[in-house]
Design a protein. Structure first.
Length: 290
């Protein structure tokens, strides 16, 4: 919030005008913040996304969701504000610390897991080339951008299909908030854990085969992402605290939670009627495995 004020005041001090252009050069945090400032200053300035992290190139720079975190939860203050242009220079990724690249890879895997089983299989075979920067990296980024742009074009305001992009994010945001949005747990790492849990929870409910959930955890672990609660460093909150965080993140509607669940790899769906008590029991068990 303080940084949002600084950026807005900075733009105004520069005497920015309605026909000026804001350029968001950086990772997802800069893109979300600059985009939100652009949406608000003078009631809306055009802006360009120049994403410099893998996560931002495959996900956050596309689709026009901008915003900042509230003390009460992730992304609670924001706006839909489409960039007029996105320029993803994949050579910028060469300077990323390995951990940051890996965290971004979680959102790459997400595109396979939510709707493109063939892409996930391709990633299982080619992830090392994606990491090392071969043409495989550009291919993966293009697949994700095309996939996301298609979803957003069909459902910009998230009344349906776009919600699938939140696969792993309900569990993930709770762990991310619990870690205080600190470098203890990066967004992508939290999403990796969240996706593994979403698959396990779906398997538990008999919606997906247990072998599919294991395949997901195995791939995430192979690339070095957290796939189990025990992979998270430091203290982890108890199930009640996690449920409070989940309730803040996802509005509880008539006592039910909306989750993105799966019937298998590549087939995520919106489940609007998940019983919080069932989630709580599941989380308590997972925390016990620590
Ligand atoms: N708006 C959306 O639709 C959307 C989608 C997914 C994620 N997000 C948000 O994106 C954020 C995460 O973004 P992120 O993973 O890019 O994190 P980030 O923006 O914090 O960047 C990670 C780190 O990499 C550094 N960095 C950036 N580019 C670099 C480069 N080229 N070389 C070296 N270092 C570089 C940054 O300074 C930072 O320390 C989260 O807050 C998440 O909520 C938004
Ligand atoms: Zn995300």
């Amino acid at each position: 919030m303080a940084m949002f004020e600084t950026v807005c005041e900075g733009l105004i001090a520069q005497r920015v005008e309605r026909n000026d252009l804001v350029v968001a050069l950086g990772g997802g945090v800069v893109g979300d913040l600059a985009g939100f400032a652009a949406s608000a200053v003078r009631r809306g300035l055009d802006f360009v996304q120049v994403p410099t992290t893998l996560l931002a190139q495959v996900d956050s720079s596309v689709g026009g969701k901008t915003g900042i975190n509230s003390r009460h939860g992730k992304n609670l203050i924001g706006a839909f504000h489409q960039p007029v242009l996105v320029i993803a220079d994949t050579a910028l990724l060469d300077s990323l610390p390995p951990r940051v690249f890996r965290a971004g890879y979680a959102e790459v895997a997400k595109f396979g897991l939510l709707g493109d089983a063939a892409f996930f299989s391709w990633l299982e075979a080619n992830w090392q080339d994606v990491f090392s920067g071969a043409p495989a990296r550009e291919h993966a980024i293009a697949v994700c951008c095309r996939g996301k742009a298609g979803i957003v074009a069909r459902d910009e305001r998230e009344t349906g299909e776009r919600a699938l992009l939140n696969l792993g994010h309900t569990f993930g945001h709770a762990f991310e908030a619990a870690a205080g949005y600190s470098d203890r747990l990066m967004h992508g790492e939290a999403v990796a854990l969240g996706m593994a849990l979403a698959f396990e929870f779906s398997a538990r409910k008999g919606l997906a085969a247990a072998a599919e959930a294991e395949r997901v955890s195995r791939h995430l672990a192979a690339v070095g992402l957290p796939a189990h609660v025990r992979d998270i460093a430091g203290t982890v909150p108890d199930a009640d605290h996690l449920m409070d965080l989940i309730a803040q993140d996802k509005k509880v509607k008539r006592g039910k939670l909306t989750f993105i669940l799966v019937r298998g790899i590549g087939s995520a769906f919106v489940a609007p009627d998940v019983d919080p008590a069932e989630v709580r029991v599941f989380l308590a068990e997972k925390l016990n495995e620590r």
